[in-house]
Design a protein around this ligand. Structure first.
Ligand code: DAK
Length: 256
């Protein structure tokens, strides 16, 4: 059985499901490779407009596979170059929605933070427990978490290794929405379907502008926004969206 399952939900929505339930979806090399390959392929697959990433009921992912790293030397970690597997996800140009049930720890929390929207079940638990293993986060756990929740909250998680629940994660801004556990996937898929109906150009520019802009000085980020905004007036979908509004009908976006 593959460590990563793919389901085509139609209407431009693709579901990726981490599938190592016995190891709480700990990210081993085959799973990282499968994730990187899937995101690289979906980036250019025009039939896919939004991706939902999920795990099992007990765990989204409990982190990097500790067995992979337990005896590794610095040069072995260097040669593994795990960073390249994350890059395909970080650079994915279409929206990613993480549907999180259960544990999202260490690399699992970092994976969720690579998503643009996180839908969490009430029983979900988030944390960066690397400090308990004598290491630190290596896939954005210090930097993405810092930007999302601020240094005081980030450092509480990073320095203690404690987990927080979904409600607290929501109040902190780490999570977009909390729903009952059984509604996580339907909520994420429904949202993906709604996003997939919009103009792919508008959606891609919104995502890119937010992600690039967050690390820029405000003036530069606002210039980036203005340029992206103006560019969209070169699309069929802008004409269609505005015409449909004025004609009081539903728009039909083609991605052109
Ligand atoms: N790795 C390997 N196996 C794991 C695992 C993990 N992270 N988490 C759980 N498992 C396995 C357990 O060993 C157990 O296997 P068996 O004994 O059944 O064979 C099975 O999953 C069920 O786990 P438990 O029996 O422990 O289940 P419990 O409900 O009692 O506890 C738990 C659930 C999530 C609290 C516990 O499993 C736990 O604390 N797990 C470890 C969580 C953790 O420390 N995660 C952080 C790992 S370090 C990098 C980028 C990223 C990273 C590294 C490098 N580069 C770019 C360089 C990331 C690092 C990490 O994530």
């Amino acid at each position: 059985m593959s460590v990563l399952l793919q389901e085509d939900h139609g209407n431009g929505v693709r579901l990726l499901r981490l599938n190592r339930p016995d190891a709480l979806n700990a990210l081993n090399l085959p799973m990282r490779q499968a994730l990187a390959e899937a995101f690289a392929a979906l980036a250019t697959d025009t039939s896919v407009r939004c991706v939902v990433l999920t795990g099992s009921a007990k765990a989204f992912a409990a982190g990097a596979d500790v067995k992979l790293m337990a005896q590794a030397s610095p040069m072995e970690m260097q040669r593994l170059n795990l960073h390249r597997y994350w890059r395909a996800i970080a650079e994915f140009p279409k929206p990613i929605i993480a549907a999180v049930n259960g544990f999202a720890l260490g690399g699992g929390c970092e994976l969720a933070m690579h998503a643009d929207v996180i839908i969490a079940g009430e029983g979900a638990k988030f944390g960066q427990p690397e400090v308990k293993l004598g290491i630190m986060p290596g896939a954005g756990g210090t930097q993405r978490l810092l930007r999302l929740v601020g240094s005081k909250r980030a450092l509480r998680l990073l320095l203690t290794g404690e987990m927080i629940g979904a409600q607290e994660a929501y109040l902190w801004g780490l999570v977009s929405q909390v729903v009952p556990d059984e509604e996580v996937l339907p909520t994420a898929l429904g949202m993906a379907e709604r996003i997939a109906r919009f103009s792919t150009n508008a959606v891609a520019h919104i995502k890119e502008t937010v992600l690039l802009g967050q690390d820029m000085p405000l003036d530069a980020a606002l210039t980036l926004e203005r340029r992206a905004f103006n560019m969209l007036f070169d699309t069929h979908d802008q004409r269609e969206g505005m015409a449909a509004f004025l004609e009081n009908r539903k728009p039909s976006f083609t991605g052109e």
